[in-house]
Design a protein around this ligand. Structure first.
Ligand SMILES: Nc1nc2c(ncn2[C@@H]2O[C@H](COP(=O)(O)OP(=O)(O)O)[C@@H](O)[C@H]2O)c(=O)[nH]1
Ligand SMILES: [Mg+2]
Length: 457
């Protein structure tokens, strides 16, 4: 059945994981609290095994390993839902203290064997395992350090399976811990070298979406985690429901990743409006297409117009005409050829699933592999360089056995990925129309909110 095993790691990883299971259990007719199926459609069950395991007593549980260096996260999930199997919960005795070194070398390393044992049991219990999805932050000590450690072990033990990461990227505006840029930096080598698909979930963009699109007051992460969960539900739609395209992780990998290192994907979602705002929307497919190509709907604070798309995908849900969707998506590419690399002719893919998400008639999820991601990487590099130049806070890491050279190596890795993305845009520019490294004139800079991709031109 092409099963996926999830590993949710650390505070953010588990909060986002919980939001994801909430959303998809409802879509498959499974009660979140009890794990019992109460659905009405055979479609809900047809591919339910991709993410859920069924027990002998006809209960379902989430095929996920719940991992944290501290116990509180795990206790909370254990008491909130029977979807989570108690044997799959792995807790340490102490939090990793917001320190990559402790997640990687000490507190995290202590629970690694237990994580791998649980993972092996889940992998061995399924028919046709396809790969892992890892949910974690890179600002936290557990999410960065322990995840890097786990990834190294997984690629060694499961060399034929795909590793897909949903990564929470720290925002300087809401970061509570000064060393988050270091943790993020140190996570980069494992992500570049061991992940096959890395979906970037940037807290900076998510906060902007809440303030600007939804105009809601933020308290905690509940709203942003829901947006992330909706987007993950969109990305995984074709894995979970019968359909044609992108029906497996490998197909997403083949379509979206032209070179193994360039696997950092920007997700987006539409509509991103409150119920009240929804009353004023036309509810058309054309509106959805326009929105998913707008930087305002991306889960990363980048400007799509300042780069070229290597590949892009739109996953549409609800009743709509496939012909119309195809025409609109092809139209976006044809009208904006200079925003797509010219050396992959069919780099825009579309999938449609009849079943809409809860509470919506239609939705669209975007996945983009764009050279504009350089600005996000540059932000991470600058955030760490400014402290590293003066070795500020470095003793927290060297005191745990790390060397300054590891920071320098990680910076080089980050610079290399920036250069790779930049190079992939320049190489494509046979016509010499404009550079894609962020310097070009913004032809519609006056249009503000409007997406250049879909503007009538
Ligand atoms: N989107 C999101 N970000 C979170 C959440 N909790 C913490 N973060 C962010 O994640 C980073 C802290 O990492 P966390 O996962 O709590 O640490 P860990 O438990 O050591 O892995 C910071 O950048 C926080 O802003 C959450 O529930 N959702
Ligand atoms: Mg924590």
């Amino acid at each position: 059945m092409r099963e996926i095993v999830t590993l949710q790691i650390g505070g953010a990883g588990n909060a986002i994981g919980d939001a994801f299971w909430h959303v998809i259990s409802h879509e498959h007719g499974v009660d979140y609290a009890t794990g019992r199926f109460g659905g009405t459609s055979p479609l809900q069950l047809e591919r339910i095994n991709v993410f859920f395991n069924a027990t002998a007593s006809k209960r379902l549980y989430a095929r996920t390993i719940i991992i944290d260096t501290e116990a509180s996260t795990i206790q909370r999930l254990n008491s909130s839902s029977q979807l989570y199997r108690p044997e799959n919960m792995v807790a340490g005795s102490e939090s990793a203290g917001n320190n990559f070194a402790r997640g990687y070398h000490t507190d995290g390393a202590e629970i690694l064997d237990q994580v791998l044992d649980n993972t092996r049991r889940e992998v061995e219990s399924v028919d046709s395992f396809q790969g892992f999805q890892l949910l974690h932050s890179i600002g936290g000590g557990t999410g960065s350090g322990l995840t890097s450690l786990i990834m190294e072990a997984l690629v060694e033990q499961y060399p034929d399976n795909l590793l897909c990461n949903y990564v929470t990227i720290p925002s300087p505006n809401m970061s509570q811990v000064v060393v988050e840029p270091y943790n993020a930096l140190l996570s980069i080598p494992a992500l570049v070298n061991n992940s096959h698909l890395t979906f970037c979930l940037d807290n900076e963009a998510l906060f902007q979406i809440c303030n600007r699109n939804l105009k809601i007051q933020m308290s905690g992460y509940e709203h942003i985690n829901h947006i992330v969960a909706l987007t993950m539900s969109g990305i995984t739609t074709c894995l979970r429901f019968p359909g044609q395209l992108n029906a497996g992780l490998r197909k997403i990998y083949v379509n979206m990743v032209p070179f193994p290192r360039l696997h950092f994907l920007i997700p987006g979602f539409a509509p991103l409006v409150t119920c009240k705002q929804q009353q004023f929307s036309k509810g058309t497919v054309s509106e959805l297409v326009q929105q998913i190509f707008s930087s305002n709907n991306l889960l990363c604070a980048i400007d799509l117009r300042k780069g070229k798309l290597l590949t892009a995908a739109g996953i549409f849900r609800g009743r709509m005409s496939p012909r119309e969707v195809d025409q609109l998506m092809t139209g976006v590419r044809n009208k904006n050829l200079h925003n797509f690399v010219d050396w992959i002719p069919n780099n825009i893919k579309t999938a449609i699933c009849d079943i809409p998400p809860r509470g919506l008639k239609m939705s669209a999820t975007f996945i983009g592999n764009t050279t504009a991601i350089q600005s996000l990487f540059q932000r991470l590099l600058d955030g760490s360089s400014i402290m590293l130049r003066r070795k500020a806070h470095l003793h927290w890491y060297t005191g745990e056995g790390m060397e300054e050279q590891e920071f320098i190596d990680a910076q080089e890795e980050l610079q290399a990925i920036i250069d790779d993305y930049r190079g992939s845009a320049v190489d494509s520019d046979r016509h010499g129309s404009r550079s894609a490294d962020g310097d070009e004139d913004d032809v519609e800079s006056g249009s503000g909110q409007q997406c250049r991709y879909c503007a009538d031109n």
